[in-house]
Write a protein of this length. Structure first.
Length: 305
């Protein structure tokens, strides 16, 4: 999955430090990131493919981004480190419209590109930075008294200097569940979303619910099915929607007739193992659950290192 970046090590220890020229600058506007094209030979590690015009797209260092934003270091916020590489956020406000140099070396890229970006640890860095940038943008002012918020001096939080209100990064718990019936898996497709591939039943945890309660409710709401023998599988931080996805397997309990919730889904159906498309990149827990059902959990664990 996207966060599985071993042998690289993610360190999100909170610090307030200035950037150096060899640190990495994540310039973010809404959910887009400025990436830089480099010769494949200069990439931090080998990648499967490269754009014929821009080469490998990666996160620029401050020595590179200062050619676009000369004062980038003055508004940089330290985020985290991967191995010994330090990453900083440069938040580009929606009202700002920076003009990138012609020639295509610097490019804005969104979530669709980041999901498939290589190397994977840089994709994870960019996605996590977008999540933190979105949180900071949505919490510019205190929700209690309206005062501009400031960075905490001791933890990853925004603090009101007037009333003390503290805002932590937004993380919403959600479940995702592989519902099985013998040799069949329940798969769905979303309605009205850019993601058109197969998915599984998923949804946010409501107030007063356990994760298991949410599994029962979401499966019933979206497909009209009952489930039993709910079993935890794995979890995944999913920065695209500020979510912590908690994955489960569950078995069909009773009637297999589907009653589709058409506001959420365009289709849902039962698929045999042979009918489930392969997805060995497994960037998401949805893909990993599907491959674990199709080929067995031991094989998936082995393939995932």
């Amino acid at each position: 999955m996207i966060q599985d970046i071993a042998p690289h090590v993610f360190d999100n220890t909170y610090q307030i430090i200035p950037p150096r020229n060899d640190d990495y600058a994540l310039c973010i506007r809404k959910s887009e990131v400025i990436l830089i094209g480099r010769d494949p030979a200069a990439a931090p590690e080998p990648v499967p493919s490269a754009d014929p015009e821009t080469g490998v797209l990666g996160i620029p260092m401050f020595s590179e981004i200062r050619t676009v934003f000369p004062h980038a270091g003055e508004r940089a916020v330290y985020l985290f480190a991967i191995d010994e590489k330090r990453y900083f956020l440069i938040d580009i406000r929606e009202e700002e419209n920076p003009v990138l140099p012609e020639g295509g070396r610097f490019l804005w890229k969104g979530s669709k590109f980041l999901r498939a970006m290589d190397p994977q640890y840089e994709a994870f860095a960019a996605i996590t930075a977008v999540q933190l940038a979105r949180w900071r943008e949505s919490r510019r002012f205190c929700g209690h008294c309206g005062t501009p918020l400031e960075d905490s001096l001791k933890e990853r939080a925004l603090v009101c200097p007037k009333c003390g209100q503290t805002e932590y990064p937004k993380i919403s718990p959600a479940i995702i569940v592989a519902v099985t019936d013998g040799d069949r898996l329940l798969m769905t497709r979303y309605r009205g979303r850019s993601y058109k591939s197969y998915a599984l039943v998923a949804g946010f945890v409501e107030i007063g619910e356990t994760f298991e309660d949410t599994v029962h409710r979401e499966v019933m709401e979206e497909t009209g099915l009952k489930v039993k023998n709910i079993r935890y599988y794995e979890s995944q931080p999913w920065g695209f929607s500020d979510t912590e996805m908690v994955g489960f397997f569950a078995e069909l309990d009773g009637d297999d007739r589907i009653t589709l919730e058409e506001d959420e889904l365009s289709e849902a159906g039962w698929y045999t193992r042979d009918e489930i498309p392969d997805d060995w990149r497994m960037t998401s827990i949805s893909a990993k659950l599907r491959m674990a059902f199709k080929y067995g959990e031991k094989r998936v664990a082995k393939e995932n290192g």
